[in-house]
Design a protein around this ligand. Structure first.
Ligand code: HQG
Length: 171
């Protein structure tokens, strides 16, 4: 099977027909990888190649779970309910990204949302993944009042589509 064919079959199973592989989508669209590998007669390395080679970032592979990022026809709870954020939220980033962030604000980059942290420690840890961490303080309540929609994940990550530069400060 070529990678293209594997990608098509993966999309079909994860978006439209998980039951073909005896699977049910968990919240977020996740399924365990092992039965999928057996069903497709593929290896984890095959899947990893297809996931990282997907031009539209169609899939997420997280540990032993995989999902399609969008495009489902089977019912799945991918999104969270809008919630009112606290007054301030924080974003940990790294120094090299600052000039661009100051100019255009925070963008979701490869993700669906910009990820924000409820506390400074978490933000510092997120920023430190990429180099010297820099903390941005986001005036979340003000953004919310201006019409920006916020979500919070089960593990406490705050999500928003983008953060315009006028709602953030450094430190
Ligand atoms: C930066 C992990 C230039 C942004 C963590 C970040 C988090 C810009 C990077 C979660 C920019 C994107 C998310 C702009 C944003 N110009 N750089 N306009 N706008 N950036 O990984 O927030 O393991 O997509 O500052 O714990 O670092 O995935 O986002 O440095 O919760 O579960 O572009 O990932 O969780 O990087 O991390 P990411 P993030 P998981």
């Amino acid at each position: 099977m070529t990678d293209h064919v594997l990608s098509r079959r993966l999309s079909y199973l994860l978006r439209h027909a998980p039951h073909d592989a005896g699977l049910t989508l968990a919240p977020g669209g996740w399924v365990p990888l092992a039965p999928l590998l057996a069903h497709l007669n593929a290896t984890r390395a095959d899947i990893e190649r297809v996931v990282s080679g997907s031009d539209k970032q169609r899939f997420s592979l997280r540990g032993d779970l995989i999902r399609a990022n969008q495009g489902h026809s089977v019912p799945v709870d991918l999104e969270f309910s809008p919630v009112t954020p606290p007054d301030l939220l924080y974003h940990g980033t790294h120094r090299r990204a600052l000039a661009s962030i100051r100019a255009e604000g925070l963008r979701p980059m490869q993700r669906h949302h910009v990820h924000l942290s409820p506390d400074l420690d978490t933000a510092r840890r997120v920023g430190a993944r990429r180099g010297q961490p820099v903390i941005l303080t986001i005036r979340a309540e003000e953004m919310h009042a201006a019409g920006h929609v916020f979500f919070v994940s089960e593990n406490g990550v705050w999500l928003v589509g983008a953060v315009p530069p006028e709602f953030m400060g450094e430190g």
